[in-house]
Ligand binder design. Structure first.
Ligand code: HOZ
Length: 433
């Protein structure tokens, strides 16, 4: 078909910046998927964002379904967050000492996600999962972790085994630089396979410290848990004395105010949060059962620290964001309705998975329930779709294996325009088949 694989439009400034970037930044980007490697073409250099839109350095605007990869549930520059940031900025940028807002944020997180009886603030999702895992090992005195193929928990050494996100996008099975001994502490199993988890526990149950899972996967594209899967993980962890860690970096405050654990009724031992909890600033959280969290220094023997942990700007943004969500719970119904509107039409030869305000159109006609089924997607066809949409001002993640994110700033018109553009793509495809 005649749909182009890269934009035919002039991209003078983005192209120039990308060339310049590659001289001093590996691949020209500070996080691999941004480089457009799997879809081809030139990454757009973004100048600013407003509501549902981003604007590139060449003056073109896009309806944004990346939303900074998840944090921007209220769209770009939401007033409550920007106002809180302005106010915090006047008092200083970092103290390395406790502040009252950290306490207020911790209280609010515990209130909205009740399984998080105590929390620690850190700077990124990677830090949160790394620390949660260390804590689980310190608490149980065991070394092994179960994770699931296609799930991504940040670039923690031992968790970069059969990981999703950029590794799936770039086809890197297991990263260089991770000592074999670290990788051997991880048992990677198929997502949604209760039988595989049962078998692993039956074989090595007394060595397993934790099961870590994205309760709704976002990092191989959006893949929901099969009925009973999360419940089975809960049951097996309890039975064998392992901790259940829900990685809610993507799902926290997105699929429900109380995250996936509220939506699916699962009580984890530990939870990791990132993205939305920081209101678009670098902030993440790990937390959970009090008896487990009390093992962290200075109360206990598990060490974790950080100069910028609880940074006042990040905390101000996160607190403003959560306060807004708590005060406006009806926004989750609005997101659900917009999500439905966007995904109610399923084009030929694709599968759409959606949970609340996250979704993926997989270029395979078959159900996608795990990494085996996700990797059957026609990524070249996805690449053509991606560029077709980009040319029409719709910014999707430049990878088949990432979720798309809706925000409250997406209007009905934005959705209608997006669906119309998608229909145009599939009609053009059918016409040239
Ligand atoms: N791995 C991130 C999404 N799953 C990408 C983050 C980024 O490139 O900003």
């Amino acid at each position: 078909m005649s749909v182009k694989t890269s934009s035919s439009e002039a991209l003078f400034k983005s192209e120039a910046w990308f060339e310049r970037a590659q001289l001093h930044i590996p691949g020209g980007v500070n996080s691999p998927v941004r480089a457009f490697r799997s879809v081809g073409g030139v990454p757009r250099f973004i100048e600013r964002g407003e509501g549902s839109r981003i604007f590139d350095v060449d003056g073109k605007s896009y309806i944004d379904y990346v939303g900074s990869w998840g944090p921007l549930l209220l769209g770009h520059r939401p007033k409550p967050v920007i106002d809180a940031l302005r106010e915090a900025l006047d008092s200083g940028t970092s103290f390395g000492a406790p502040t009252s807002r950290e306490v207020e944020l911790a209280e609010l997180i515990s209130k909205t996600v009740p399984s998080m009886e105590m929390v620690r603030l850190v700077n990124s999702g990677t830090e949160a999962t790394m620390s949660a895992l260390r804590l689980a090992r310190g608490f149980t005195g065991r070394d092994l972790t179960i994770k699931f193929e296609g799930c991504y928990h940040g670039h923690v050494d031992s968790l970069l085994v059969k990981a999703g996100s950029g590794m799936a996008t770039l086809g890197i099975a297991d990263t260089a630089g991770v000592p074999k001994a670290f990788a051997e502490t991880t048992i990677a199993l198929p997502y949604n396979s209760i039988a595989a988890v049962e078998q692993a526990f039956a074989q090595r149950g007394n060595e397993i410290a934790a099961v870590i899972v994205e309760p709704v996967v976002g990092n191989m594209g959006c893949v929901p848990p099969a009925p009973g899967f999360l419940e089975a993980l809960r049951h097996l962890c309890t039975r064998y004395g392992a901790l259940l860690i829900l990685d809610e970096v993507m799902t926290g405050f997105r699929v429900a105010l109380g995250g996936a654990q509220q939506r699916f009724g699962i009580q984890p031992d530990l939870t990791t949060l990132g993205k939305i909890v920081g209101g678009g600033l670098p902030l993440a959280v790990y937390g959970g059962r009090k008896d487990v969290m009390q093992k962290i220094a200075p109360l206990g023997p598990v060490y974790q620290a950080g100069t910028l942990s609880g940074n006042p700007l990040a905390v101000a943004a996160g607190l403003a964001m959560l306060r807004y969500l708590v005060a406006n719970p009806q926004l989750y119904d609005q997101l659900e309705a917009r999500g439905k509107q966007l995904t109610e039409w399923t084009p030929p030869g694709v599968t759409i998975n959606r949970v609340g305000a996250m979704f993926t159109m997989f270029f395979t006609p078959d159900p996608v329930t795990d990494w085996e089924s996700a990797k059957k997607c026609d990524t070249a066809r996805f690449g053509r779709y991606f560029h077709f949409m980009l040319e029409r001002g719709i910014y999707l993640a430049p990878s088949q294996f990432e979720a798309a994110f809706l925000s409250t700033a997406h209007s009905e018109d934005d959705i209608r325009y997006t669906v119309a553009a998608a229909r145009e793509f599939f009609a053009a495809e059918a016409a040239t088949a």
